[in-house]
Design a protein. Structure first.
Length: 276
C-alpha cells in the first residue's frame, strides 16, 4: 500500500526522518542521542522500513545513527520472565526487522557513524556501506551472554565475511574496526565522522542520476540472494534462539568476561542484551 512521507515522518520516536530531492535520511536515535536498543526499537524499525520502502517518492535511502555510536547499548526492556508470548513478539519483530529492510525497493546507503555492537548487521546491509574512522563492528548481544546468534546474524555475517570468519566473530565477540572492515570488504569507504553523512549524501546524488526503474530493479537484483538465504534459515535460527532462551533466561553468568579479540569486552550492569 502506498504511504506518503507526511503519514510516517513523525510516526517513529526512535527514527528521525527527513527527505530532500528524493533522498530519505533515516537517523536512529534515543531522545536525540545515540540509539539505545530495546523492545520498542525492535518493534518500530521493521514497520518504519516498510513505510520507507512503500513510498514511491523515495529514490535513495540513507540509514545512519546519532552522535558517536550507531547502536551500542541496550535498555532493560528485555528483562523479565521468558514465556511463549514474549518470544512470539520477538520472533515476529525480528523477521520484520530484516525482511522489511531488504524489501526497501531503492538503493540503501548505510553510514555507520560509530560503534555498532548491537544489531551491527543493520549497518552493513546497505548496497553501499560507509563508516566513520573509529567505528567498530561487533555482535555483543548474543553468544557472549548465553544467546544463540540466530536472529539473522548467522546468515548475514557468513554471507559478508565467509563462514569461518563469521563463526569466530559471533562466538568470541570479536571487534572489527573500520579499517579492518574495509580490508575485509564489508565496508566500502572510511571517512572522518564529521564528513561521513556529507559523503553518504554525495553518493546518493550520484545514484540519483539513474532512472527510477533502474534504481529499483538494481536494488531488487542485489538483495535477492540474501533474501533467499533469510527465507531458508531465519525462522530456524530464531526457533533455536528461543528454545535455548527458555533454558537460560533471564539468569546468565555475570562474572567479569575476558577481553574480546580486538578490544576490551563490555561488561553490562545487567543481563539485558542477549536477545533479538
Amino acid at each position: 500500500m502506498k504511504v506518503s512521507f507526511d503519514e510516517y515522518a513523525s510516526r517513529y520516536p526512535n527514527v528521525a526522518l527527513r527527505r530532500s530531492d528524493g533522498v530519505l535520511e533515516m537517523r536512529l536515535h534515543s531522545d536525540g542521542g545515540p540509539l539505545v536498543w530495546g523492545r520498542g526499537v525492535h518493534r518500530q524499525l521493521g514497520h518504519c522500513f516498510s513505510d520507507a520502502g512503500s513510498d514511491p517518492d523515495n529514490r535513495v535511502v540513507i540509514l545512519t545513527g546519532t552522535g558517536d555510536a550507531f547502536c551500542a547499548r541496550t535498555d532493560d526492556s528485555f528483562a523479565g520472565t521468558f514465556d511463549a508470548g514474549l518470544w512470539d513478539e520477538l520472533f515476529h519483530d525480528a523477521r520484520r526487522l530484516l525482511t522489511n529492510l531488504l524489501d526497501i525497493e531503492v538503493p540503501l546507503i548505510t553510514a555507520v557513524n560509530g560503534k555498532a555492537s548491537v544489531h551491527a548487521e543493520l549497518g552493513v546491509l546497505g548496497d553501499i556501506v560507509v563508516a566513520a574512522e573509529g567505528a567498530v563492528f561487533q555482535d555483543a548481544a548474543h553468544f557472549r551472554h548465553g544467546a544463540v546468534p540466530g536472529d539473522g546474524v548467522h546468515v548475514i555475517w557468513p554471507h559478508l565475511i565467509g563462514p569461518a570468519r563469521a563463526r569466530y566473530f559471533l562466538m568470541t565477540g570479536q571487534r572489527i574496526g573500520a579499517e579492518e572492515a574495509l580490508r575485509l570488504g564489508f565496508v566500502n569507504e572510511v571517512h572522518p565522522r564529521d564528513a561521513l553523512l556529507d559523503r553518504a549524501h554525495a553518493l546518493a546524488r550520484e545514484l540519483m542520476r539513474q532512472p527510477p526503474m533502474t534504481l529499483r530493479y538494481t536494488r531488487a537484483l542485489f538483495t535477492r540472494p540474501l533474501k533467499r538465504l533469510l527465507l531458508e534459515d531465519l525462522g530456524f535460527g530464531l526457533a533455536l534462539e528461543g528454545l535455548a532462551g527458555h533454558a537460560y533466561w533471564p539468569s546468565v553468568a555475570r562474572e567479569p568476561r575476558s577481553p574480546s579479540p580486538g578490544g576490551d569486552a563490555e561488561r553490562p550492569k545487567r543481563r539485558d542484551g542477549g536477545v533479538s
